[in-house]
Write a protein that binds this ligand. Structure first.
Ligand SMILES: [Zn+2]
Length: 389
């Protein structure tokens, strides 16, 4: 029901009954409870349909909040959101780097406390802290983080540590799932739509939403499209396989291709310990300079990502694919164009229905905002509960 209130902005009890197929008596009971808890408020009167004008209801965005944290190696982004998932405040602090996990968590907890203090918000008003993380889920302990720091983090219970330090319930979720739920939560997306949000940062993953709920797989590791093998004889991947999409399609994969080839390393590398972001920028700049090597690297990336997504779309029969994350920041429209072309010519459902492809948020905040939405989604729509709090 909260889902209906959220997606329609304001709604009457009668409309709620019509759209939820619950009786008006049941609706009145639930509304009374939600009003007394302060989760929803009255929002004026709607238009009369014959009788007296109905009282409209909407989410109370000024009482309860959610915090989202996105762990990254260069930067950790922390956001504070209202009930509807809108951004109220953001801060960023230095990333995970080489520091031991407890030190990083202590810094994050300090930053969260400071953020709430600055806004005059009590911790009791925070429904939860959502944590967006990448990597492989290893049972109840949480996620392996980026492969470069995974050994330190994969046995570390990030959510429990953060919860203990902040005194606020914390939940950890894969970053692509966070972004997909963020899209669902704040974008007014209809719960019946089946869509996929692709998130590309260091790696690439997909949050697959079927009927309004994340598709999780048997070990919570579904959606790892970065490990679809696209070049069986390709470079070794951190997951232990070879030629995964991540080794070709992502900015980090492109840098890996450069460093593995002496000619390309000479052209785009900087000798010594390579700065990944700088190497990637040089490849993108090489496009403007008309360098065929740059064009080939980017074209391979774009084609491999689009081909993998076409395959996934043929399996899942989606109606919308959204490309998000900093990995799409510079070249996003090229990936969109290639995927649209492939879908038009090779999708199994071409001629049956269209699949819309769009570029979503590509900033650093998108995963943190999504993580806050995971809290909201899990707390307010338990029937679609995405993960445990
Ligand atoms: Zn892999």
């Amino acid at each position: 029901m909260l889902d209906l209130i959220r997606s329609s902005e304001s709604i009457s009890r009668v409309e709620l009954a019509q759209q939820s197929s619950l009786t008006e008596v049941t609706i009145s009971k639930i509304v009374k409870e939600l009003l007394s808890e302060g989760i929803i408020i009255q929002a004026g009167q709607g238009r009369s349909t014959g009788g007296k004008r109905p009282i409209l209801l909407k989410l109370n965005t000024g009482v309860l909040y959610a915090v989202g944290v996105a762990f990254g190696i260069p930067t950790i982004v922390i956001v504070l959101c209202g009930l509807s998932g809108t951004l109220i405040e953001r801060v960023d602090i230095p990333g995970m780097g080489a520091e031991p996990p407890p030190k990083v968590i202590a810094r994050v907890a300090d930053a969260v406390r400071q953020l709430l203090e600055d806004r005059g918000i009590q911790p009791e008003s925070i429904m939860g802290i959502g944590v967006a993380s990448s990597g492989r889920r290893r049972g109840p302990l949480g996620w392996g983080a980026d492969p470069l720091v995974a050994r330190k983090w994969e046995r570390f219970n990030t959510a429990a540590e953060l919860e203990a330090r902040c005194g606020i319930p914390a939940i950890i979720e894969n970053d692509a799932n966070c972004v997909a739920l963020g899209t669902f939560w704040s974008g007014g997306t209809d719960a019946t739509r089946d869509f996929m949000t692709v998130y590309m940062a260091q790696g690439i993953g997909a949050g697959i939403v079927i009927g309004g709920a994340i598709f999780r797989g048997s070990s919570d590791n579904a959606g790892e499209i970065g490990h679809i093998v696209v070049e069986p004889d390709g470079l070794e991947c951190w997951c232990g396989s070879r030629g995964c999409l991540e080794t070709v399609g992502t900015p980090r994969g492109i840098v890996g291709q450069v460093l593995a080839d002496p000619e390309l390393a000479e052209l785009f590398g900087d000798g010594g310990a390579p700065d990944q972001a700088a190497v990637y920028r040089r490849v993108v700049a090489g496009l403007d300079d008309g360098l065929p090597q740059a064009e080939e690297l980017i074209a391979r990336s774009v084609h491999s990502v689009a081909t993998a997504l076409l395959g996934l779309n043929n399996v899942l029969d989606l109606d919308r694919i959204q490309l998000t994350g900093p990995g799409f920041a510079t070249m996003g429209q090229r990936y969109v164009a290639e995927l649209r072309t492939l879908l038009r010519h090779a999708s199994f459902t071409r001629g049956v229905h269209d699949v819309s492809v769009e570029l979503g948020g590509t900033g650093q905040d998108v995963a943190a905002l999504g993580a806050a939405s995971v809290v909201l989604h899990g707390s307010l729509t338990p029937h679609h509960r995405s993960a445990r709090i």
